[in-house]
Design a protein around this ligand. Structure first.
Ligand SMILES: C[S@@+](CC[C@H](N)C(=O)[O-])C[C@H]1O[C@@H](n2cnc3c(N)ncnc32)[C@H](O)[C@@H]1O
Length: 256
């Protein structure tokens, strides 16, 4: 059977409800979401203090990120290709303009600009072609001084993901295993003239098949996250990106 493309994968009826239930019941996802909320709010304080924010939450799904931010920003726009996911977002979000479209093929946002673009749980699973068409479309919508914030929820730097990957290679080398390294995150954005200015670590202790309590995980993350250099080993790092200052006159030699 042909593998369904990532673009199509969230469109079936009931997917939005399944996704919401997942976040209500899975301890790891609940824990990660608590960390992501803290990180996103820290990013707002650090990079947007005193500024009006115009948010685009790309691949907004059921409105997790837009829901956290819509009352903290001047304008909020959520965009996704899945009607099933957006049906939940429409119920949940009160101040967000919701657009069902594919910006990799349709120019629905025309000349609009946003100074904060978020993309959570998208790039890891998107196929290489979709990754690059999405980032190319997004960079055109980013304000000159704006920030692009995205995460990678299966970072190859995490020892647990490395373990899962090794097991996958042993048992099912022909299959797909989605993991992204910090270097791949950098390459993704550098290809379109952005640079990562900061990476926030989230999620360190996720041994496969061993249930770990929410509170133990919080305690471990609190300890580890004091040491930002550990971000490389976290499972779900969040990157803050902006335009590279010398992009245009830049050459690969001058970037060394
Ligand atoms: C795992 S969900 C993440 C939803 C949300 N960002 C979150 O973190 O909860 C991935 C979303 O990407 C959407 N998606 C896939 N391809 C897309 C595309 N080309 N344009 C916009 N959204 C897309 C899917 O429909 C799905 O809702």
């Amino acid at each position: 059977m042909a593998k369904i493309s990532y673009k199509e994968s969230h469109k079936y009826e009931g997917k939005g409800d399944e996704y919401e239930a997942y976040y209500r019941t899975e301890v790891w996802e609940k824990f990660l979401w608590s960390r992501e909320q803290e990180i996103i709010l820290r990013i707002l304080d650090k990079y947007f203090a005193g500024k009006e924010i115009h948010l685009l939450d790309f691949a907004c799904g059921t409105g997790r990120i837009a829901g956290l931010l819509e009352n903290r920003v001047k304008t909020s726009t959520g965009l996704d290709v899945s009607g099933s996911m957006l049906a939940i977002a429409r119920d949940k979000l009160k101040r967000t303009e919701i657009i069902e479209a594919d910006i990799t093929t349709e120019n629905v946002l025309k000349r609009r600009k946003f100074n904060l673009i978020t993309a959570f749980r998208f790039f890891l699973n998107a196929e290489p072609e979709l990754r690059s068409s999405a980032i190319r479309a997004l960079v055109k919508l980013l304000d000159e001084d704006g920030y692009f914030v995205f995460n990678n929820h299966h970072s190859l730097g995490s020892p647990w993901i490395k373990l899962l990957y090794a097991r996958h290679l042993r048992k099912n080398p022909e299959g797909t295993f989605n993991a992204m390294s910090i270097e791949q995150m950098k390459d993704l954005v550098e290809d379109v003239g952005l640079e990562i200015v900061e990476i926030y670590p989230a999620g360190f202790f996720h041994p496969p098949k061993v249930p770990v309590s929410y509170w133990l995980n919080r305690a471990i993350d609190n300890l580890a996250c004091g040491l930002m250099f550990l971000n490389r080993f976290s499972e779900s790092p969040v990157a803050v990106c902006r335009r590279r200052k010398n992009h245009g006159s830049d050459t690969s030699a001058s970037r060394k």
